[in-house]
Ligand binder design. Structure first.
Ligand SMILES: Nc1ncnc2c1ncn2[C@@H]1O[C@H](COP(=O)(O)OP(=O)(O)OP(=O)(O)O)[C@@H](O)[C@H]1O
Length: 259
């Protein structure tokens, strides 16, 4: 058996997804196979509209495939981080983080202890009593990350979590995510438009073709950990980026009918 056959946690098999709007069918995904190995970080990249979010939602069981199946091993607990934060504006930072633990039936004292720990880990100490609308975009994103990690999920599904942030804030949060991931080794699927982010964070980068989305290429990221923002200047990083740019360029041009 190969490593992948032994260690998989979630496996999408031959997933096809058709959306029907106004009587018209849109083929979003076609026969996609994707395996998430336990403790691995997978980055998913591809042209706009190729079905990345749809695939992530199917992997997280919040969308159903039209054809194909999803296998999960050991009923993994799944948490999401989305770009729009999905925070509760009427709850403080502390209560936003504690919310998932409350739903899981964790006793008050313990859920505040764990929440406080994660608030500190993402650099929000001192903001426990603040409401989300008084936080900057970067702080809100940190809060979303704390909220996802605090529930100790087996699988973390992140859809463009840093898409709305300015470059400096994005770099800081990428650095935080590298550290948090290297400490916790969650199984992660990250959808991103950023090639740098995909390589910097990922153990492998899955490149999708234009719609209907299929898996075009899977590239292993052969860069040792711990990583930092300086990893981006490593010649292997630059070479990998070059390969991905060529692959994506072909797909984006074709998706716009520019070839
Ligand atoms: N609920 C829906 N109803 C109808 N069509 C949908 C729905 N969700 C997605 N689609 C369509 O499916 C295709 C794939 O969408 P999806 O959001 O998964 O792509 P994406 O690669 O994540 O895009 P982007 O990179 O622009 O965020 C698109 O053509 C989109 O319009």
């Amino acid at each position: 058996m190969t490593g992948e056959e032994q260690d998989w946690l979630v496996r999408a098999n031959q997933i096809t997804k058709v959306f029907t709007t106004n009587g018209q069918g849109i083929l979003a995904l076609e026969e996609v196979d994707l395996t998430l190995r336990q403790g691995s970080f997978t980055s998913l990249i591809g042209p706009s509209g190729c079905g990345k979010s749809t695939l992530l939602r199917i992997v997280g069981s919040i969308e159903t495939p039209s054809r194909g199946s999803l296998d999960q091993r050991q009923s993994p607990r799944i948490a999401f981080v989305f770009q729009d934060h999905a925070l509760f504006p009427w709850l403080t930072v502390l209560d936003n983080v504690a919310f998932g633990l409350k739903m899981a039936g964790i006793a008050t004292k313990e859920r505040y202890r764990r929440s406080q720990l994660w608030i500190e880990r993402v650099g929000l100490a001192g903001f426990e009593r603040t409401f989300p609308n008084a936080l900057s975009g970067g702080m809100r994103q940190r809060l979303s990350i704390a909220r996802a990690f605090v529930t100790e999920p087996d699988v973390l599904l992140m859809d463009e979590p840093m898409g709305a942030l300015d470059e400096q804030t994005r770099l800081l949060i990428q650095e935080d995510l590298i550290r948090l991931w290297e400490e916790t080794r969650k199984t992660v699927l990250l959808v991103t438009h950023s090639i740098d982010e995909a390589i910097l964070l990922g153990d492998r980068v899955v490149i999708m073709s234009r719609r209907p989305g299929r898996i075009k290429t899977i590239l292993e990221v052969d860069l040792e950990r711990p990583r930092s923002l300086h990893t981006m200047t490593d010649p292997r990083f630059v070479a990998l980026k070059d390969t991905i740019i060529s692959d994506l360029h072909d797909e984006v041009m074709a998706s716009m009918d520019l070839r």
